[in-house]
Write a protein that binds this ligand. Structure first.
Ligand code: NAD
Length: 437
């Protein structure tokens, strides 16, 4: 057993700052408000509902995670954020059409008080959005304004600590460039108002500079560049990302490890879906879609390891399609066709038709990230938090390391990290002790 980490108690208010007050953000905020007032349950949230086994099975110690690690209480969360549309959270939630209007009416007094701050935006990164509630200035000035916003929010709401989760739109695809390699290059590029700094990078920079934990719920690079990773080490800031693992990709990372575990082959996996929310509209632009596509495609390669199993996965065709179809709103419908093969190469098929609700699946992830990142900060952890990869489609990892996509390995890692923080024995599932004596 190792010594527990020294973890500061979660005293006082925790400010949750969300760039992008759209469908996911408002579903998360309204959800927490509903749960706080006893009219909803935090289904899907690990921090609120899951238990953790401690010690040997014979000890029967399985507390709820929230009773085991010192997490902030939901009643201490205060919400704020930015958007490029002026709608308050009630209006925005109503337009997003995820939650029932009767529920929203009950929460209206609290929701309409949460008004966005003007966003830092650059249309060349999200061509299908035309909001005009935006800041003016060059990139350096915008970063400075975001830092001022953060400090003002903290003071006005009497917050002791803050956390930032990017819930903004998916930005156009970009590869890492030289200016992303060091904080010196990055800050020089800020001064030069470089086009290579995307708005999400400005928010990430502002948060990390202020020592505020940062997570990226979208697939764009944002904090996944050496400049910001190094800065997060310097300012003792935990960071994580990218792209919330919900819907179709969640199912992929549940099913693919099972096929591989049983050494069943896969010759093709075709995924298509229709969705009609603002996210779908943004992804209708090929530049934003490319960022999402990369994120969705990488999952199978890493789980199935065709380099190690060329006979089973070497010829796999993996296609992902997203179709913007307004009538469906946030209620996505996804179809998957898997061509698999078994003993002696005999082919079989699996069909999945998932009628999911995107933001309903994403909201508990936002809550868990808020609470776990705040915990990480109070426990003195900084830089990339690989134990939170469980929540992401494109997990951020150290340079030169490949990401672990298998949901069950990710969960084991998350729970062992919590045990390690608290000085409990790690669980390897070896279990010899039950049989040796
Ligand atoms: N299950 C899911 O819903 C899910 C899963 C994985 C990833 N994501 C990602 O999460 C993000 C949010 O999804 P959503 O469904 O809430 O989308 P949304 O379009 O409803 O909300 C995004 C909001 O961000 C705002 N925005 C865009 N750029 C901004 C900027 N620079 N500054 C401030 N605000 C900005 C938009 O105006 C919009 O209101 C998207 O990038 C999406 O791809 C969502």
């Amino acid at each position: 057993m190792s010594k527990p980490l020294k973890i500061r108690a979660p005293e006082g208010k925790l400010g949750v700052l969300l760039p992008g007050l759209g469908a996911v953000a408002t579903t998360f905020i309204a959800g927490v408000l509903a749960i706080r007032s006893g009219i909803g349950k935090p289904i899907g949230s690990i921090t609120q509902m899951q238990t953790i086994r401690l010690g040997p099975r014979t000890e029967k110690r399985t507390p709820l995670i929230k009773n085991f690690v010192p997490l902030a209480d939901l009643k201490d969360l205060v919400f704020g954020g930015w958007d490029i549309f002026k709608d308050d959270c009630y209006e925005s939630a109503k337009k997003a059409g995820v939650l029932d209007i009767n529920l929203l009416e009950k929460l209206k007094p609290e929701l309409e008080k949460i008004k966005p701050i003007r966003g830092a935006f650059d249309r060349s990164y999200v061509r299908n959005l035309n909001g005009n509630f935006i800041k003016s200035g060059n990139k350096l000035e915008l970063a400075g304004q975001l830092i001022e916003d953060i400090r003002r929010f903290k003071k006005e709401n009497k917050c002791k600590r803050l956390v930032m989760i990017w819930c903004g739109s998916t930005e156009a695809y970009m590869e890492r460039q030289k200016i992303h390699n060091s904080i010196k290059n990055f800050e020089e590029a800020l001064k030069k108002d470089s086009k290579l700094i995307a708005p999400s990078m400005l928010y990430a920079y502002a948060a990390i500079k202020e020592g505020i934990p940062y997570a990226n719920g979208a697939p764009n690079l944002s904090a996944d560049i050496p400049a910001l990773v190094n800065l997060s080490k310097k300012t003792k800031t935990p960071i994580t990302g990218k792209d919330f693992k919900t819907g179709q990709t969640l199912l992929k990372t549940i099913i693919a490890p099972g096929l591989k575990a049983r050494m069943l082959g896969l010759s093709g996996w075709f995924s298509t879906n229709i969705l009609g929310n603002r996210d779908g509209e943004v992804l209708d632009d090929p530049l934003s879609f490319k960022t999402k596509e990369k994120s969705k495609l990488s999952v199978l390669e890493y789980i199935l390891q065709p380099n190690l199993y060329p006979e089973l996965y070497g010829k796999m065709h993996h296609k992902v399609r997203i179709n913007y179809y307004p009538p469906r709103g946030d209620n996505k419908e996804a179809w998957d066709n898997l061509d698999i093969f078994g003993w002696l190469g005999y082919p079989m098929q699996i069909k999945i038709n998932f009628l999911c609700r995107d933001s309903i699946l994403a909201a508990p992830i936002v809550l868990d990230l808020v609470l776990f990142l705040d915990l990480a900060k109070r426990a003195g952890l900084d830089g990339i938090q690989e134990w939170l990869n469980f929540y992401f489609k494109s997990p951020q990892v150290a340079e030169g390391l490949y990401p672990e996509h298998d949901l069950f390995i990710q969960l084991t890692k998350l729970k062992n990290t919590i045990r390690w923080m608290m000085g409990e024995e790690l669980i390897t599932h070896l279990g010899r002790e039950y049989y040796d004596n």
